[in-house]
Design a protein around this ligand. Structure first.
Ligand code: PMP
Length: 428
């Protein structure tokens, strides 16, 4: 097949007619499929059902320190949970505070606290005229929703295959004291599935921000979420790099077991320098008497240690891998020859990032929806929901069954072709 750009108007019109007939056939099937959110499938959730059995009514519910986990106490998490999550994100247990069930909630709390009470004794952001965040994009829509909710001005920073454009990040943070943070998903990023290079991590650690209360919001949501045993990405550990660079307080690192155990019922944590943690603990002591220690205990008893988690993640990978491969194979087969799109080929995480011709993404997503396949809304991967090129679409292959996914990807490529043809015809 020739590239669409090289085809004549007549050839394109003819092709469009044929594809339209295929599209109508899809529509007649009355599909109801969802590729919009990165939810684990039922099969994946079933992997952790053993966790329901480890805390029976006859189990010893004391943690290693002898505290009864059924009762109040232990503000920042039981030691063995700090060890497990610390190992998961490669930081010492002492650098961790365990929270509740959601890392997004930890990020929200962190921004909220900075708004009302400042960062480590600094001026509360709500008293400042302007507060800004850098938002590498495409990125995670729920990050952008937090900063938008607090009226924080978001500045888009382009992503490269090695991470955010660091020339721009360095320039902006060194010049503007109103810039207080940057959102990062450094490993198997949402939505590209890329991992920041060593050089990018080192440049982050060496940042010299104009604002003393600037922090890197390092959301390590997919740290151990590999798709392959023998072909994995590696990410330099940012806390250690910041310490080496003489910037120990520069970063907050977030994580959870949402996509290890159960989304919504996992364990979340923040890792940071002792000075940051000290300041966070003071506020946390007002917010809660302690989070859910039984859930912490359940996770520790089920996984036992990092090796247990890594073995468990291999089972997730075995379920996810064929789904990613099925979508990628369809994109490759159907779209590679057409020259109308590009996409990422992640080695981990939950997403594929897809770029159509400029001005097509919204129309593609709408066309998919019309035939019963829901995608993440176009634009969601950019601050304020506005993709300046109207080109990026996040594909989430985890939830549908392989059969559903085959159908959904066939329909998706059909919609991409039809919308692209319209776009090209408009310029011929
Ligand atoms: N961060 C990223 C990058 C995510 O993709 C997700 C889930 N889609 C989350 C955070 C949410 O994590 P949690 O369930 O711990 O709130």
């Amino acid at each position: 097949m020739a590239s669409y750009q090289s085809m004549s108007k007549e050839e394109l019109v003819q092709l469009k007619e044929k594809l339209n007939a295929e599209y109508e056939a899809f529509r007649a099937k009355g599909l109801k499929l969802d590729m919009s959110r990165g939810k684990p499938s039922v099969e994946q959730l079933n992997l952790s059902m053993g966790m329901m059995d480890v805390l029976s009514s006859s189990a010893d519910l004391k943690c290693e320190a002898g505290v009864d986990c059924r009762n109040y106490g232990v503000l920042d998490g039981i030691q063995e949970a700090k060890q497990l999550l610390g190992d998961m994100i490669e930081v010492p247990a002492d650098n961790i505070i365990i929270y509740g069930n959601s890392s997004l909630d930890v990020m929200y709390s962190t921004v909220a606290r900075s708004m009302t009470h400042g960062v480590m004794g600094g001026t509360p952001w709500c008293k400042l005229d302007r507060v800004k965040f850098l938002c590498p994009a495409p990125g995670y829509d729920r990050h952008f929703a937090i900063t938008e909710y607090f009226g924080i001005e978001m500045i888009t920073v382009p992503m490269t295959p090695a991470g955010p454009d660091m020339d721009l990040v360095e320039k902006l943070v060194s010049q503007d004291e109103a810039i207080k943070g940057i959102w990062c998903v450094p490993k198997y990023s949402n939505p590209q599935g890329i991992t920041y290079s060593d050089e990018t991590v080192r440049r982050f650690a060496r940042l010299q921000p104009a604002a003393k209360d600037f922090r890197i919001y390092w959301d390590n949501a997919y740290g151990i979420h590999h798709l392959y045993d023998d072909d994995q990405d590696y990410l330099l550990e940012i806390l250690a790099e910041c310490e080496k660079a003489g910037n120990p307080d520069l970063v907050y690192k977030f994580c959870s077991t949402s996509k290890v155990s159960f989304p919504g019922s996992g364990v979340a944590a923040i890792a940071a320098s002792p000075a940051n943690l000290e300041s966070i603990r003071k506020q946390l002591a007002i917010q809660t008497i302690g989070f859910d220690k039984l859930n912490q205990l359940r996770h520790v008893r089920f996984y036992k240690n990092l090796d247990g988690m890594v073995e468990h993640m291999k089972k997730h990978a075995a379920i996810l891998r064929p789904k990613f491969e099925a979508v990628l194979a369809t994109l490759d087969r159907e779209l590679s020859p057409c020259g109308i799109a590009t996409w990422t080929k992640p080695k981990g995480g939950y997403f594929i990032s897809f770029n159509s011709l400029d001005g097509c993404a919204k129309a593609i997503v709408a066309k998919c929806r019309e035939a019963g396949v829901v995608m993440t809304p176009a634009g969601a991967t950019y601050p304020y929901g506005i993709d300046p090129h109207d080109s990026n679409i996040r594909i989430a292959p985890s939830f549908p069954t392989p059969e559903e996914l085959a159908l959904a990807s066939e329909l998706f490529v059909l919609c991409v072709k039809l919308v692209s043809i319209d776009r090209i015809l408009a310029t011929k």
